[in-house]
Design a protein around this ligand. Structure first.
Ligand SMILES: NC(=O)c1ccc[n+]([C@@H]2O[C@H](COP(=O)([O-])OP(=O)(O)OC[C@H]3O[C@@H](n4cnc5c(N)ncnc54)[C@H](OP(=O)(O)O)[C@@H]3O)[C@@H](O)[C@H]2O)c1
Length: 190
């Protein structure tokens, strides 16, 4: 996404790394290695590649553009989610990539911004997949079934709107890992 400042100012460029996989799910010794590799390529290497390419392109151009990178992360980057070790590893890696790039940008003249957003529990196909895992697959399946039953899942359009709101939220600093439930408690019931 590119936004032009009023007048002839340089454009601001926004990269939101949202694409992700949940699978493979299961004990580590049973994981399909090809599926695990594809997962890490999508959830971690993809955002690294896109961020590095964008920052490289901007720094190599004459355009004085300002870049904001938003990595969509999850509480899985912080706490172990039973039998979702690859998902947790990918999100933890994404969080550290976010913090490290922000740290190296902080010393620059016009630092680009990089932060990560936890969107809450969102009513998407990833949640459907979680609810449909075999009973023994996770310790928290009942929680997600209950959230769905009680209408507590965040609609995807609201999650997207709140994520976009972080772009201009002065409370969000480069290097932060923010949770929309904490930033906008009036909009998220969880
Ligand atoms: N849902 C939640 O409760 C929840 C909670 C915390 C964090 N998140 C995070 O929120 C983000 C969005 O998740 P979601 O819930 O919307 O999941 P989702 O319903 O499974 O959607 C995942 C999206 O990623 C895309 N994708 C997957 N692999 C791709 C690839 N190799 N190249 C391009 N696109 C690819 C999919 O595109 P196709 O449809 O074309 O395959 C789909 O649009 C993810 O980063 C997820 O980890 C979700």
């Amino acid at each position: 996404m590119v936004r032009h400042a009023r007048g002839d100012g340089p454009p601001s460029i926004y990269l939101i790394n949202n694409a992700a996989l949940l699978s493979p799910v299961g004990p580590a010794e049973t994981l399909d290695l090809e599926e695990a590799q594809n997962h890490i390529l999508t959830n971690l290497a993809g955002p690294i590649y896109l961020t590095a390419s964008l920052l490289g392109a901007v720094s190599g151009s004459r355009l004085d553009s300002h870049v904001t990178v938003v990595n969509i992360t999850s509480g899985a980057g912080k706490s172990p989610y039973f039998r979702r070790s690859v998902y947790c590893a990918g999100k933890a890696g994404l969080d550290m990539f976010t913090r490290t790039v922000a740290h190296e940008q902080a010393g620059r003249n016009l630092p680009h911004r990089v932060f990560a957003v936890r969107p809450g529990v969102v009513d998407t196909s990833m949640q459907t997949l979680t609810r449909n895992l075999p009973d023994e697959a996770t310790h928290d399946r009942e929680l997600f079934l209950r959230l769905k039953r009680d209408g507590k899942l965040l609609p995807p359009d609201i999650a997207a709107e709140l994520t976009l709101r972080t772009l201009d939220d002065p409370r969000v600093q480069s290097g932060d890992i923010v949770d929309v439930r904490e930033l906008y408690p009036d909009h998220v019931a969880l």
